[in-house]
Design a protein around this ligand. Structure first.
Ligand code: S3P
Length: 175
C-alpha cells in the first residue's frame, strides 16, 4: 500500500481545489492528472481527444496512473473518467485510498460553466460536448454511478468549501 489518496468524481466536483487543500493540510505532494497529461504530451486535453480519440486518452491516463502509483504519500486529483476503467480502480486500490466527491447535477453544471468562463475556454471538456450540457452530465453520471461508488469514501461537497471537504477527508480517513 503506497498510501496515496486518489480524489475522483465528475467534472466540477472540486477534485483539484479540494485535493490541493488536502495536500496543503497534510503537507503532502499534490498531483493533478489532467495537468500532468497536458504537460507530458505538450497538448491540451481537447487536442489529445481530437488526435487520439477517447480510447487514446484513456490509455495515456492509465499509463500516467501506473507511473504515479509507484510513488508514496501523494494526493492525486484524477480526471473524471479515471474510475470507469477497471484497471485504474485496481491500481488505485492497491496503492492507496479512493475518495469520490459528489454534488448535484445542477451544482456540477454551474461549477463547470463558471470554471470554463474563468479559464476562457481552456477548461474544455470533450466528454461534455452537447447542446444540452446539463442533460449530458445527468446521462454520464448515470452511466458512471457504479464506477464512482467503488470509492472507499464518498464525500458530499454540496455547500462546502474545498477546505471543509479536505478537512472531512483527512478526518474520516484518519490521515
Ligand atoms: C473527463 C474529465 C476531465 C478530463 C477529460 C475527460 C471525463 O477531467 O480528464 O476531459 O471523462 O470525465 P475533469 O474531471 O477534471 O474535468
Amino acid at each position: 500500500m503506497n498510501n496515496n489518496v486518489y480524489i475522483t468524481g465528475f467534472s466540477g466536483s472540486g477534485k483539484s481545489t479540494s485535493g490541493r487543500e488536502l495536500a496543503i493540510l497534510l503537507e503532502r505532494e499534490f498531483v493533478d492528472m489532467d495537468s500532468e497529461i497536458e504537460k507530458l504530451h505538450e497538448q491540451t486535453i481537447r487536442d489529445i481527444f481530437e488526435e487520439h480519440g477517447e480510447v487514446g486518452f484513456r490509455g495515456f491516463e492509465t499509463g500516467l496512473l501506473t507511473q504515479i502509483s509507484g510513488k508514496y504519500g501523494q494526493i492525486v486529483s484524477t480526471g473524471g473518467g479515471v474510475p470507469t476503467i477497471p484497471q485504474n480502480v485496481k491500481i488505485m486500490k492497491r496503492t492507496g485510498k479512493i475518495v469520490c466527491l459528489l454534488a448535484s447535477v445542477e451544482t456540477l453544471s454551474k461549477r463547470i460553466s463558471d470554471h470554463s468562463n474563468i479559464a476562457g475556454g481552456k477548461a474544455d471538456r470533450p466528454m461534455l460536448y452537447s447542446d444540452d450540457k446539463t442533460e449530458r452530465i445527468r446521462d454520464l453520471l448515470d452511466i458512471r454511478r457504479d464506477s464512482y461508488n467503488q470509492a472507499d469514501l464518498l464525500v458530499d461537497t454540496e455547500d462546502k468549501s474545498p477546505k471543509m471537504v479536505a478537512i472531512e477527508i483527512a478526518k474520516v480517513l484518519e490521515l
